[in-house]
Design a binder for this molecule. Structure first.
Ligand code: SF4
Ligand code: ZN
Ligand code: ZN
Length: 307
């Protein structure tokens, strides 16, 4: 429960960070979130003053919060530029609403908006994949296709960086998920700032990686952001959902657990970075995109579905 007074001013508190022992009124809370994101960007050297950032905007609370925060920051850097990229996976009754929320937010902030669809890139939608016999869940296809779609769109608009709205919960879940999949080396590739040493892929940044999910919900609500709250009908990954529930339980019993897991991953990355080999890249035989294989993962998936 929040204590009665804000720890930073005389206003009444509306939220307490159990992991920090500090309480916040609405104004100080919003300020604290903006400051933390600014600090994450600065200390991790995520952005240059003249970057053109392609921000992935799904229409959910995380991406609209990120878009708003980056638009605010961009005002201080006249040589920087922001372009929003939305991905239409082809999920009836779900993505349509999210796309219109993304468009409204971009109109309000005067940010250029681009949409790229799985139908136009891969010739198939996630709804169609879900109806076909397949080896993996729709989310497995969706994740691979999304990465490629955002990369393509970011290149198309001439961006220099890609920003995604992964929050602290996503980060901690991904660390445990990689462990559960027996693939701890993947932790290196899920860094909050991912630079390709071969300079073939755009640098990806996650400015919200130190903000817990529930604080993003509160920030979005206090800022009056209109975001999509219904869940995707394809349900998400079962293992990730279990890990999410486990981590929330741990956080309640041991405040700060999500930060601890995320920081442990940071230390692991420092150690692993020198030992994980950087694979050389080829051009995908189907689409020409860079890939360590003969055919990139997205094209292999499209081929397997069509077979
Ligand atoms: Fe795609 Fe799965 Fe997310 Fe739905 S829940 S948008 S299918 S990744
Ligand atoms: Zn206050
Ligand atoms: Zn390909």
């Amino acid at each position: 429960m929040p204590s009665s007074a804000c720890s930073y001013c005389d206003n009444a508190a509306i939220y307490t960070r159990d992991y920090e022992g500090a309480s916040f009124c609405s104004r100080c809370f919003r300020h604290a979130i903006e400051e933390r994101v600014r600090r994450t960007i600065t200390t991790s050297q995520m952005l240059n003053y003249d970057d053109h950032v392609a921000v992935a905007v799904s229409g959910g609370k995380d991406s609209l919060t990120l878009l708003n925060l980056l638009a605010k920051l961009e005002k201080h850097f006249p040589k920087s530029r922001l372009t929003a990229i939305s991905v239409d996976e082809g999920i009836r009754g779900y993505r349509d609403e999210a796309l219109s929320l993304a468009k409204n937010a971009c109109d309000k902030l005067d940010v250029e908006w681009h949409v790229v669809s799985y139908q136009e890139l891969f010739g198939i939608t996630i709804d169609e994949i879900a109806r076909r016999p397949r080896d993996q869940t729709p989310c497995a296809y969706c994740g691979v296709f999304r990465r490629k779609a955002i990369n393509r769109a970011a290149h198309m608009v001439g961006a220099t960086k890609i920003a995604t709205a992964h929050n602290l919960d996503d980060e901690a879940q991904t660390v445990l998920l990689n462990m559960m999949h027996g693939d701890p080396l993947r932790i290196v590739r899920s860094s909050p700032i991912l630079r390709d040493p071969r300079a073939r892929f755009l640098t990806r940044i996650k400015p919200l990686c130190e903000i817990p999910e529930k604080e993003i919900v509160l920030y979005a609500y206090l800022t009056g952001l209109e975001f999509q709250s219904v869940a995707c009908p394809h349900g998400g990954e079962a293992l990730r959902n279990d890990i999410r529930a486990f981590l929330n339980q741990m956080e309640q019993k041991h405040p700060g657990s999500k930060f601890t897991i995320s920081r442990s991953a940071e230390r692991l990355r420092e150690l692993l970075a020198t030992t994980v080999p950087v694979s050389p890249l080829n051009e995908c035989e189907k689409c020409g995109d860079p890939t360590p294989h003969r055919i990139c993962e997205a094209c292999s998936m499209v081929q397997a579905i069509a077979a």
